[in-house]
Write a protein that binds this ligand. Structure first.
Ligand SMILES: [Zn+2]
Length: 319
């Protein structure tokens, strides 16, 4: 039933049981970070409900329409604007299913429901018709009104484990060399992994970020200002580079403290050990702090050249 969903075994077991019992609650909140599998799970449940043999048979008309996205009893909110909530939820829910025994409404960006839209939803969630299932999805359940939360069953999706992420990469037959890097940077989210794989600049910028640090190591003042010039050219890129630098020093710290955690830069092991041997614990810790502070300053619109010059000078300090 849930062969497309990676991980979340307890949630799968729960839904397998509740679907069989025929006593499924009508309103759910799925909470978990973006890309962790909330929508994939919601779709698997919905397909089961609308299938004419109630087992996602893949051969009936309902299953076929579901897969091509034309099933009339499946409604997905594209936005959470009040007009759309009124039209696609409040009004639509009272119309009996067109073709199956159920009507399922997905609200994928429930984080963005404003108070007005949530209030519009409230009555529907309070007294849903027997054929209705509503699934709200959010990264943060606290953004929903207590009155909404108390009327829904909250299902929490944990970040996927490294093993589960590995299963995903095996399933898509991805390049083994890079797998470890993507798993680290995806933080337990398949959605994030997919984004990174499709983002051609990700690995390049990661390498460029480390290259800047190498250049800085041997730079005189003129070369240092040249690096600063290049870095401040593009603010978004600068913030990404600062993120890469933070994780770089985090990896060096892992060597320093003989920690067993998995690295963000497994392909740079030699260089990491080399730098680890040159720097004291305090210096690594200070580098982490100045990078974090610089990122905050940049996002608070402090003059970028000023922030970057000071950061580079701090990083270059020997102690
Ligand atoms: Zn079917």
């Amino acid at each position: 039933m849930f062969n497309k969903v990676i991980g979340h075994d307890t949630i799968k077991e729960y839904f397998e049981k509740i679907l069989l019992s025929g006593n499924m609650p009508h309103s759910y909140i799925f909470q978990g970070q973006a890309g962790v599998g909330k929508m994939t799970m919601a779709r698997a449940i919905a397909k089961n409900l609308i299938c004419s043999s109630q087992d996602a048979c893949n051969t009936c008309k309902d299953c076929h329409q579901f897969e091509v996205g034309t099933h009339p009893d499946i409604i997905t909110l594209e936005t959470t604007k009040i007009e759309e909530v009124r039209e696609k939820v409040v009004r639509e829910i009272n119309i009996k299913p067109y073709q199956s025994q159920h009507k399922i409404i997905f609200i994928p960006q429930a984080d963005t429901l404003n108070i007005q839209s949530q209030n519009a939803l409230l009555k529907t969630i309070e007294e849903p018709p027997s054929y209705a299932t509503i699934i709200l999805m959010t990264a943060n359940v606290e953004l929903l009104l207590p009155t909404i939360r108390s009327r829904c069953l909250i299902i929490r999706f944990n970040d996927l484990s490294d093993t589960e992420m590995k299963n995903y990469f095996s399933a898509i037959n991805y390049n083994k060399d890079k797998e470890e890097i993507y798993i680290r940077f995806s933080s337990g989210s398949i959605g994030t992994a997919q984004k990174l794989i499709n983002d051609e600049s990700f690995l390049t910028l990661r390498d460029e970020s480390i290259n800047y640090l190498n250049r800085l190591e041997t730079a005189d003042m003129i070369a240092l200002y040249k690096i600063a010039d290049e870095l401040v050219e593009d603010k978004l890129r600068l913030v990404e580079i600062l993120n890469f630098w933070e994780l770089w020093y985090r990896d060096i710290m892992i060597y320093k403290t003989n920690n067993q955690a998995i690295l963000y830069y497994p392909d740079y092991e030699g260089l990491l050990i080399d730098i680890c041997n040159k720097l004291t614990y305090n210096k690594i810790s200070m580098n982490l702090k100045v990078i974090q502070k610089s990122r905050i300053d940049i996002s608070n619109n402090v003059y970028a050249m000023f922030v970057v010059e000071n950061l580079l000078l701090d990083l270059k300090e020997k102690k």
